[in-house]
Every structure is written in structure tokens, then in C-alpha cells.
Design a protein around this ligand. Sequence first.
Ligand SMILES: [Mg+2]
Length: 311
Amino acid sequence: MGMNRPKLCCHWTSMKSDVAERSSCVRPAIERGAILFGHSNLPGLPPVGTEAVTLPEIHGVISDLDGVVYRGDTPIDDAVTAILDWMEHGVRVAYVTNNSTGTSAHFAAKLGRMGIPTTAEDVVTSGEAAADFVRGRWPNGATVHVVGSDALRDTLRGVGCEVTTGEADAVVVGLDRDFHYDKLSKAADAIRAGAFLIGTNPDRMYPIPGGYIPGAGSILAAVAAAAGLDAPHVVVGKPEPTLVEIARWKLGTDAERTIMIGDQLETDVAAGRNAGLTTVLVKTGVLNHPDFGEAADFEVDSLADLHLGGS
Ligand SMILES: [Mg+2]
């Protein structure tokens, strides 16, 4: 647990809590029919099955998308139901994604089609965070050399950047499914000529059904190497806190009343923690490496087990 932690009702990964105290904490969940202790609700025995987490003081949620709200193009029904329930109870929800291949409007429309009313303002992509960084560093405008998607170029143009394929103030690298040797060469040239290297996110692999595809981090590593750098000058995506901080600024909620939800420890949970938030890991997405050193503050099998704001 880091600083600025809220007073939480109870910590479900603790086996030391008194059962009666826990029961009173999660009465709303009981009333909603949640399965709390499986079939092992006996003193001295660890709970079995799905456990509910109830955080009535939470007013804001910042959530990852893929593996949490949907898998690819398929909504996770429990997540959609839970999010709508939280929103009905006054909880504000924003979304953060390391994916720079779509704009905020693209992801908002996708969520809308899945039944979650969302505006572009509610979604922060790593492309937007990169644009935010560029705008902050070059407030009078910048030229950017982009290795990435059309959405990333559009996002950078949207903050007044001039997009080039030559020398520039910055080279911004995101996932580029048409990446090739000539792009690598030109990006490296721009960096050697003085451009600042910005990565949208460090993910070397991107999970897809049945396996992985190379992520933006693999392209970023190639560009850095070709330019003679040991590492990019800055990477804005998770696990850096930037996306989460932008999202919380948009929500307008206090850190101690805001949680970060994700399916990956090394990106989502780390970013939430780096932004000073309580973190929830939901096990509907990628498998996390069992040896990863850090755990989330809470873990749930499904968002149906997470009760917020009195839901
Ligand atoms: Mg995810």
C-alpha cells in the first residue's frame, strides 16, 4: 500500500479479518446475491470461490480496456453490467489504454456499441498522452516524425503538431503494423539529427486470442537501437502514471476516492500505484507472471464481484 490510501472497508486478501466484521462490511453485496465465501464459510478455513470486494467510499474508477471491459471485439458481460451499476450509483468512470492505434473517439464509440455510454473525453489513449507531453514540452508547436498509426498522427495534429517523415523536434513511436526497414532508417536519422524519442508505451508484446503479436515497445526498441540510444528519452504509457493522472484530472475525483482497475500487474497495477491510487486486478484478461514481484491491493475474478459507491 502506498501513500494516500483510502480507509477501505476491508481487505479481502487478508485471512485475518473477523468473519462477522467482514460480513457487515459486505452486506450490500450479500443483498445483491453475491457469492461471498463459496462453500467454505467456516472459521479458520480460507474462503473458496469468488470473493466480493466492497469499496463504498470510491467515487471514481480508472479502468484499462482490453482484458477488463472487453476481449478484442467481444464485451465481457459482467464488466458491462458492473460498470453500468457503478455509474447508476454516481461513480464516475474513465478509461486508459496503451493502445495508440485508435483515437479516444474510436474507443468511446466501441464502448457505446457495447452498451456503456462513453464520450471521447472519458478515454485517454497513450497517443493522447504523447500529444500532451509534446504540447507541454513545445508549447509553441512542434514538428513530429511519427512511426505509428493514422490515429496517432491525427491525435498529434489535433494538438497543433506538424507531422513529418523527416527531421523533427520529436520522433513519436507507437504500434505500426506497416513498420519496415525504411521507416526504421528514417526515424533513426531524425533522432541522430537531434529529435527527442518518445514512445507511446513499452509493451513489447500485445495479447491476441491464441498468442501475441509484437507491440509498440518492440518497434520502439528497434528505433532506439538504430539511433544508437540505449533507451527512448521518454515513454508515456503505463506503467508510467501519465495516463492515469490525465484520466483522474478529467474525472475530478480525489486520489483517495479513485481506484485503478486492470488485468496486468506490470502495466495497469503499476501505473495505478505510481499515480498513488488503490489498485484492483481483475482476472478476465492476460495471465500474469506468477513471479511478478508486486500484487494489487485487491483481486477479483470478475467485475461482478466489485461493489463501488453503494452498488
Ligand atoms: Mg489489459
